[in-house]
Design a protein around this ligand. Structure first.
Ligand code: SF4
Length: 211
């Protein structure tokens, strides 16, 4: 069980899986910068985050639901949770909204699975599946919350807790993903660790032109 002060944000898992350094810069160093992609995601979430509830057929739909887990030390918001009533048994069905299109990696599925872990603990029920909605392709992708996905999710949770507890900001590793990273300018991924330490030292050395 984690004390509330040590909870990490659900979004940190996705940041970690996208790039551990990005996760460290945001959740350890406290940096955040918006770019074209994050702005598009924010606009989509503002539309979803209306806090409305409605009943659709056999499902009661709740938007922007706060979720948490003391077992995994997590908290955040689920975009949409459909509480589906099947013959008197109510099962929560999370739906996470993404502005882009389906990705090859498991970032989005891990974030969704973490929401399910929270709902299972909060409500004492099992959540076998869930969906991702992609704004670019305008479709829902069903995600089975398999044991393998749950193991990957718990590993990511443990890795982020470790990073936050030890205040680690990993070194940059320049790659294709850097092109879509909102923290590119702060990260300076092409500098590398050695050049970075020279650059930081240079900031504190007297400037010959002014001395
Ligand atoms: S610029 Fe690249 S290395 Fe730096 S945080 Fe972003 S994705 Fe990671």
């Amino acid at each position: 069980m984690y004390p509330e002060d040590d909870y990490i944000q659900l979004s940190s898992l996705q940041h970690y899986l996208f790039c551990p350094r990005q996760c460290g810069l945001i959740h350890v160093a406290g940096l955040w910068e918006e770019n074209r992609l994050t702005a598009r995601g924010r606009v989509l979430h503002e539309r979803v985050d209306s806090g409305e509830e409605e009943t659709r057929g056999e499902a009661h739909v709740v938007r922007s639901l706060n979720v948490y887990s003391s077992i995994y030390g997590l908290s955040g918001r689920a975009d949409v949770v459909e509480f589906r009533d099947e013959r008197g048994v109510v099962t929560p069905y999370p739906v996470e909204y993404k502005s882009g299109k389906p990705k090859r990696d498991i970032c989005d599925a891990v974030q969704l699975c973490a929401q399910a872990l929270c709902l299972e603990e909060m409500l004492g029920v099992s959540v076998p599946d869930a969906s991702l909605y992609y704004g670019k392709t305008r479709h829902r992708l069903k995600v089975d919350l398999t044991e393998e996905l749950r193991r990957s999710t718990v590993s990511a949770i443990e890795a982020v807790h470790e990073m936050v507890k030890k205040r680690i900001v990993p070194e940059a590793r320049y790659g294709k993903k850097c092109g879509s990273c909102s923290l590119y300018d702060s990260c300076m991924p092409k500098l590398g660790a050695k050049k970075m330490s020279q650059y930081v030292r240079g900031l504190f050395e007297p400037n010959e032109a002014t001395s």
